[in-house]
Design a protein around this ligand. Sequence first.
Ligand code: HEC
Ligand code: HEC
Length: 352
Amino acid sequence: MRLAPLTLAFGAAAFWAALTLSAPAARADDPLRTQAKQLFGVIPELAPELADNPKTAEKIDLGRMLYFDPRLSESHNISCNSCHLIGLGGADGRANSIGHNWQHGARNAPTVFNAIFNTAQFWDGRARDLKEQAGGPIVNPIEMGITKSHAVAQLKGIPGYFPAFKAAFPGQPDPITYDNIERAIAVFESTLLTPDAPFDLWLKGNDAALSPAARKGLATFIDAGCATCHNGINIGGRMYAPFGVVEKPGWEYLPPNDHGRLAVTNTVSDDYVFKVPGLRNVALTAPYFHSGSAWSLTQAVTVMAKSQLGRKLSDSEISDIVAFLDSLTGRQPQVVFPILPPSVATTPQPVE
Ligand code: HEC
Ligand code: HEC
């Protein structure tokens, strides 16, 4: 210990001087922030590239058109934006969505914002990534209710789409394909990020960005164990867990006929296992859970503490956690509603 004599020699005065000098640095190194930085991440300003699907301005434009085009559904009535409204936090505010012929799906629509940072898509993780995901709802009989070949025929019947696909996929003689529809939508979705949430500003060093309640809530979120499942840049979206690790929630939250990941893996231990949802912008996306059964964050947090951790949190712990969750609302994407290429007399007509 070569430093020990030095410390002794300088004595108490030097010790206090060192403390005073390091005071501003000590504030920047807030231990809660150090811990939070290890557990979570900052939403970036710009979208990361998707593997094997370069992001070009033309592809984003095409993806935006397809995202908003109801003619990608059999009824010409339902677009991605019907259930993932850009102006409503990327979700639809319903317990479960209404799709083709007014059919109700079994699950709540999660937000599309920041979905690129989830390691798999859907509540049961059945789609690997955004591209694979995008192809799902179009052909889902109770969502957009069209077949792949009819979706392609539909777009081929709208003359304005050919140049848009050509520009997005240069060098392909026949660019209107189902694969390219998925690619363009995935690239557009990858741009739907919500940076600069108060929590992100705080992570980057702005002490004032978090209210005292939100700061306490963050500490409780970590200490109580929420962050063992809800972590990473999306504060979730990285792993699977049973809904009811310690105690099964009531059937109103966990409808008995939806077995979650069991249907994907056929593994008994996956019964009632769901993807841990990301909590970014969660204040905007009630109702909560795959069943859309909790209409307030207070209710969702109470259920989580009991079912996942076997804990009864105090009212102030819950309201602090909710204040922390409120701090996860970022700058919402400003999307200009695209002018869509018009249908012509020969465009396939809507089918009810
Ligand atoms: C009729 C309503 C409806 C339509 C239309 C719809 N979705 Fe969804 N979307 C849902 C529901 C419900 C889920 C959750 C389903 C599940 O997990 O089984 C979902 C899940 C997703 C997810 C996964 C997010 C996550 O965190 O797991 C993404 C991404 C997504 N949809 C994008 C799209 C795109 C792109 C389109 C258009 C091609 C689209 N959706 C059309 C209702 C809809
Ligand atoms: C063991 C893992 C685990 C722990 C610990 C955990 N959660 Fe969850 N959380 C989940 C899963 C899985 C879901 C999805 C449940 C469902 O709907 O099937 C979820 C859902 C949520 C939701 C609803 C999000 C939405 O968009 O519907 C909120 C809010 C939430 N958790 C907050 C918390 C809080 C706060 C804590 C700590 C008190 C916590 N969670 C602890 C795994 C966990």
